[in-house]
Design a protein around this ligand. Structure first.
Ligand code: SF4
Length: 372
């Protein structure tokens, strides 16, 4: 398949691995931001192939994982209301709230439906004028344009039975939160290529300058990922910290300007809670005043939510690169994809699910500060 096979070419992979090993005089700690990248790294065994040259830690770029428990509980309460059709991407249905999940709400009689696009939810609203249709709009900058277009379309159609429960989050403030932590281990970031395809990468240079940490825009196939890792290692070895684009086939500095224009019209920045991490200032989006009438949070004022987080799950530390899934005592015994106790196991993009699926049950051992 064109644009896929050539980026999985074994000869290219071996060449890049050799160049990374040759460049690394010590073991560097890199964070890939996106859960899709985490799964690609595990699926292709890149973490093991990199061995002692690079340690990869896994960032908070899994939208299901970082959606706060309070927001999930709010979704559960709205979905259980009579007269509501609650539309969501499928991977949110099994995410446990404080007590139950959306699948349980559906089993108890709630009208919870899986959609593949927010525009499907708009169609549901058109087809069911006597019902209130609520779409659960979670995600990073990548899903933002489609969600924004759905609200624009609902307004253009004059639909007053459509609304969105918005829990959007943004990558740059999360990177800054990780970098400003005194316990951060991250020496360079592989930033998510699909986010930059929308937003460009002009937001990163100020962070690079402030924290002196390389940031490399990186894609999702093995050759893409290794090119990003090679660029980061070469910068670190040279003592440089720059913003670099290792995914030029999909990303430009400015990004998708028409998409950014619709995002600016529909969403504005706001403080946002991240599950397991806490409040990150100005790290999310909410609807602008022009579209505030479509805010399900206001339309269905839900009160009395008391959240109950697991006291043993260490997903928050995993999402900040401080721990790995196999550091959790529950991993692969009490907590599995069939019996998930935290969002990083239940989400198909979560790091715990990746470690379970690709059988990373024990830590890789590699001495620090060695020549490889
Ligand atoms: S294995 Fe389960 S309980 Fe442990 S950190 Fe991952 S999701 Fe949480």
């Amino acid at each position: 398949m064109k644009y896929v096979e050539e980026y999985r070419d074994p000869a290219q992979v071996q060449k890049l691995l050799g160049e990374i090993r040759a460049a690394a005089t010590r073991r560097w700690t890199l964070m890939e931001i996106c859960g899709g990248q985490t799964h690609a790294i595990m699926r292709h065994g890149l973490d093991e192939l990199l061995g002692e040259a690079v340690e990869l830690v896994h960032g908070p770029g899994c939208p299901v994982c970082v959606t706060p428990l309070e927001m999930i509980d709010q979704a559960l309460a709205i979905a259980a209301r009579p007269g509501v059709i609650f539309a969501s991407y499928g991977d949110m249905l099994r995410v446990p709230g404080s007590g139950k999940d959306l699948l349980t709400v559906r089993a108890e009689g709630g009208d919870v439906r899986v959609v593949y696009s927010p525009l499907d939810a708009v169609k549901l609203a058109q087809a069911n004028p006597d019902r209130q249709v609520v779409f659960f709009a979670i995600g990073f900058e990548t899903t933002g344009p489609a969600n924004a277009m759905a609200v624009v379309q609902a307004k253009a159609l004059g639909l007053n039975n459509f609304s969105m429960l918005v829990s959007h989050v943004c990558v740059p403030p999360a990177i800054e939160a990780i970098l400003s932590s005194p316990v951060s281990r991250v020496q360079a970031f592989l930033t998510a290529g699909h986010v930059s395809a929308v937003m460009g990468y002009w937001e990163y240079p100020p962070l690079v300058e402030q924290y002196h940490v390389p940031m490399v825009v990186t894609g999702f196939e093995p050759v893409d990922l290794l090119r990003g890792i090679r660029a980061a290692v070469r910068q670190l070895e040279a003592g440089r910290a720059e913003t670099e684009n290792a995914y030029a086939r999909a990303v430009t500095l400015d990004g998708n300007l028409p998409a950014q224009a619709v995002l600016r019209r529909v969403f504005e920045a706001c403080d946002r809670q991240w599950r397991g991490i806490g409040l990150i200032p100005m790290s999310g989006w909410r609807l602008t005043p022009e579209f505030a009438a479509y805010d399900a949070g206001q339309r269905f004022a839900v009160t009395g939510i008391i959240t109950r987080e697991s006291t043993v799950c260490i997903a928050g530390q995993i999402l900040q690169g401080l721990k790995k899934p196999h550091d959790c005592p529950l991993f692969a015994n009490q907590c599995t994809p069939a019996t998930p106790l935290g969002a990083t196991m239940v989400s198909s993009e979560g790091a715990c699910a990746a470690y379970y699926r690709y059988r990373r049950f024990v830590p890789q051992t590699a001495p620090e500060n060695v020549h490889v």
